[in-house]
Design a protein around this ligand. Structure first.
Ligand code: CO
Ligand code: CO
Length: 287
């Protein structure tokens, strides 16, 4: 058996950028989600990023989830990175470093430009001392789809020139951009601003990250990857798959009490959803 420890997202994303595919980044909030994601990556022979969001870490424990992912990575036949998703505080970025995460994210999108640069730079400095890369966010990718219509997203979108200044001044390793998606959408209906992605890619040299991909049509995601997206985050879509399957099993078996029976069904469904996404991202076979 080939033993691979966790890898960082640095080389993973540079390779993806060069070869015009995207690495899928999937959120895990428990052991079954993490297992389903790793199984999918092995079956697709795809590199994979498992993300623990700040709120996911608060739910299940950064150290606990981190330990699970590390063990799964060691046994996996494909490269696995452990990434902090949407760390909105310096504190949680440092905690994740301490618990062995191999990729961080500082989300300063709620802050003004200068404040975002200031805190991102501080985290980059700390993380780079430990050879760990950092993703940051510029422009806003709304977290509540009830708050805005898709047409209203224009006002939040990332400006290429600002992106250039942001990357130069922070030294960040990858950049989450606002290009027409929103988080937590349960229907795939958003279409991205492909021209904007192209312009940002021509302007900055670091890999670009798409958040909120659950709400974007597959066709638009494929175009976005061609235009320069190297990492695609998916949470809502796989959570919907997992939960839907659990709900179905429980509805069909109202007497069921053994958690293993319905969680295994959710895990299998999630695995299949992740595999489908990896194929759309052209990451299959890239491990
Ligand atoms: Co996100
Ligand atoms: Co699906």
């Amino acid at each position: 058996m080939v033993v691979l420890p966790l890898v960082t997202t640095k080389e993973m994303l540079i390779k993806a950028r060069e070869e015009s595919y995207a690495v899928g980044a999937f959120n895990a909030n428990n052991i079954e989600m993490a297992q389903g994601i790793v199984s999918a990556a092995e079956e697709e022979e795809a590199p994979v990023i498992i993300q623990v969001s700040q709120s996911g870490g608060q739910y299940a424990g950064f150290e606990e989830l981190g330990a699970v992912v590390k063990i799964l990575a060691r046994k996996a036949r494909v490269p696995v990175a452990l990434h902090l998703d949407h760390g909105t505080e310096y504190k949680y970025n440092l905690l994740s470093l301490r618990y062995g995460f191999t990729s961080l994210m500082f989300d300063g999108s709620q802050l003004d430009f200068e404040e975002n640069i200031k805190i991102t730079s501080q985290i980059v400095k700390a993380a780079h001392s430990a050879d760990i890369p950092v993703e940051a966010e510029l422009g806003k990718i709304p977290k509540n789809p009830d708050e805005f219509s898709l047409d209203e997203l224009k006002q939040f979108m990332t400006e290429p020139e600002e992106a250039l200044e942001f990357v130069r001044r922070t030294g960040v390793d990858s950049l989450a951009v606002s290009v027409g998606s929103m988080h937590k959408m349960t229907i795939q209906e958003a279409k991205l601003d492909i021209e904007r992605i192209k312009k940002i890619k021509e302007t900055v040299t670091v890999p670009l990250v798409l958040h909120g991909a659950s709400g974007v049509t597959d066709e638009s995601v494929v175009k976005a990857i061609k235009a320069g997206i190297s990492k695609v985050n998916v949470h809502t879509h796989i959570a919907k798959g997992f939960t839907g399957e659990v709900r179905k099993t429980l509805n069909d078996n109202p007497e069921m009490v053994d958690l293993r029976k319905y969680l295994a069904d959710g895990r299998e469904q999630l695995k299949n959803e992740v595999k489908q996404k990896m194929r759309i991202f052209k990451a299959s076979g890239k491990a």
